[in-house]
Design a binder for this molecule. Sequence first.
Ligand SMILES: Cc1cc2nc3c(=O)[nH]c(=O)nc-3n(C[C@H](O)[C@H](O)[C@H](O)COP(=O)(O)OP(=O)(O)OC[C@H]3O[C@@H](n4cnc5c(N)ncnc54)[C@H](O)[C@@H]3O)c2cc1C
Ligand code: FES
Length: 262
Amino acid sequence: MSLTLPKFEQVELCKITQKGMLENGVVDMTFQSVTIAQNTKAGQFVHIRTNDGIAPLLRRPISICDVDVQTGDVRILFQIKGEGTRLIAMKNIGDSLDVIGPLGNGFTVDPRYKRPLLIGGGIGVFPLLLLSKKISTPVTCLGFRNQSQVVLENDFSQTSHHLLISTDDGSYGEHCYVPQLAENQLENHPIDIIYACGPEVMIKCVVEMANAKNIPCQVSMEQRMGCGIGACLVCACKTKKGYEHVCKTGPVYWASEVIFDA
Ligand SMILES: Cc1cc2nc3c(=O)[nH]c(=O)nc-3n(C[C@H](O)[C@H](O)[C@H](O)COP(=O)(O)OP(=O)(O)OC[C@H]3O[C@@H](n4cnc5c(N)ncnc54)[C@H](O)[C@@H]3O)c2cc1C
Ligand code: FES
């Protein structure tokens, strides 16, 4: 009788080569991994061990924001939320980062789609930067709480055909929520696919909008995670096929597959 053992992803110790702390507390970090840089699809993530001790026990998932396949640079941006991200933020240039990745299922990049619209909210904008480099110059709509939270504006302005920013309080860009900003763009541009990443409330609005206009749409569902490799049930997401593990079959899904609770 043969026994099939679960496949565990490779752990890699990666040297941190750049680190910056943005004014709003977001950490912008680059580490070296030729394997990750060469094998990443936009929308995938890395699972990072937070320290050498036993607590916090679980790794933390962070999206891959950008890669350089020539140099092996892998860029991540993350907000310090709790103990795990605080500990990762304490690492410095020259330190090693214990990383598993790239994990998950990334965005579909299909040359048939010529007029993409990217919609990102808050920390959900990070995985969209690599995507914006892989697809034909998108219209990009990014939404933030206020001006101090605005990130990656220069990066997206270089990769986008048209970049629009909104803030919830009107302190920068348009004074509205980002789905509203995107809806205005749908009136002006013949969009043929939508890609979205952000808080669930934003994702729900985007999906309703895409359905109403009959535009294919992919969404990244950044659920809370445990193991990150399909071995626990922390990251369950309700889909038409039943509950799925976001860390294995996601975080990116076609909007038509996901069931959102009312
Ligand atoms: C696939 C994926 C990709 C991600 N990419 C990024 C990224 O690129 N940049 C980034 O800043 N963050 C990202 N996150 C969120 C990040 O993983 C969490 O903020 C982090 O794990 C929190 O760990 P902590 O120990 O610092 O905080 P904890 O002590 O674990 O939690 C602190 C607070 O953050 C909340 N929180 C934890 N996880 C999430 C989550 N997934 N979504 C919303 N709130 C959460 C908790 O409810 C709690 O209120 C991603 C999450 C997933 C699942
Ligand atoms: S985080 Fe454990 S199954 Fe997804």
